[in-house]
Design a protein around this ligand. Sequence first.
Ligand code: TNX
Length: 498
Amino acid sequence: MATTDYDEAVSIDNLVPQPLSVSKVEGPHLPVHQQLLLLSSDETVKNRFSDVVDRALVGGNPSDQHTVVELEIDRHFHSVFSADVNELKQPSDQAYHLEILADRAKISAPSEAGVFHGIATLRQLVETNRDRSLSIPQCVVDDSPRYPWRGLSMDVARSFYPVDEIKRLIDVLGFYRLNVLHMHLSDDQGWRLQVPGLPRLTELSGATSSDGGRGGFYTTKQFADLVEYGRGRGVALVPEFDSPGHTNAAAHAYGELMPDGEPVPSYSGIEVGFSKLYPEVPFTKEFLMEIINTAAEQSGNGFVHVGGDEALEQDIEDYRLLVREAAGNAAANGKKVVAWQEAATAQLPPGSVVQFWKTHHDAAPMAQAVKDGYKVLMSPASRTYFDMKYSPETEAGQEWAGMFELKQAYQWDPAKFVPGVVEGDIVGVEGGIWTEKIHTFDQLTYMLLPRLAAMAEVAWTGQSKRNWDDFGKRIAGHKEYWEAAGLNWHPSPGVNWA
Ligand code: TNX
């Protein structure tokens, strides 16, 4: 089953992320009928969103009436929050205005992205009545995200996750108004996306994985299908081929990457930092060109992730040279660069984003990175690495960054986490899930839910408009959605899940 359609018990009192403003209006609910009438002054908007709205309102009451939904993209849209300097520095193009009247729902937004988020909230507002009919309470919602980039980094390299499972994951992201799925597509243990110019990468290293994980790979056609699926849910896929470290699977497929020309054995352990590339080997340049060209072609937005983490065996000058080479290829394809924080000293192209992850680390290089003009994507392992166990009882996952529960995933401020990195330096928040020890979709969603929902609120809702007690009450209702969608989840303490 590729899609997950359900009626959920999420309602106006437990929206997650909390929109910036929700006003209830007295009066009869808007009934949700089986048939939809989508109105828009713009035909392309109508065509683009009719399926999306249909999915959001699935399970409507059988009747000969229609639910009327009006969608408008308003280029002059002015977010009511644009003046609130504590929340936003400028009107966000992901804002939306949603109104539920007795006879129709209306969404207006400055962009398609805003419309997607409005529809996601519309969907959370649908209530199932005692007689099983669906309706939406009258209300007015004005909303806009704190950060433009709200994502999840998904490691499909250590353990492969097939197309239908990634689609289910995209559904969850869209439900929480997350808009980026960063796909970590290569590592020491496996290579997961076809590179047309280098077929052996997937022919040989598609099959390998971490011990206990699944092998497999996406054809470029399958990946394009995933990008399209994400696009239909407001989620952009950003591909990453990691280098110059984390490249054992590449050197297993192409011995040409090694000084002696000999392929290295495949690797199924969980150590990091042992593999590297050799700038003096002629094939290295061609390799970086082919893989980054493919990543650029397959990207679902304006970015390519070039990796750059944990090249522990690499000479520092070689490291910088190789990261610059990869980043330069991305820029030559017209893409902006995202790279792990270690790459901040490699002189990346202007406008690049560095992804902070090393929690127990000297903050000075990050402070320097923002002085150098990079933007920061916040992925602190101790708050957003969902492969960390909840507690010693958790069956899957790791613990190197510390075990953490829902409350810790919720209670932190991205702008107060790294000394020298403040609100205006940050593009967003991205969780990570590394799959050395997470091998099934059930294990994956168990680690993500509920913590991913907490992170979505951290990234969306301004610091002054959210608090743990209130979140704890709201998130409880989401278990009905997870269960109806067949998503395994963890009953974190501090929430009354009854
Ligand atoms: C660190 S996060 C890594 C990954 C591991 C992860 C395990 C990062 C940039 N590198 O290679 O999979 O820890 O939690």
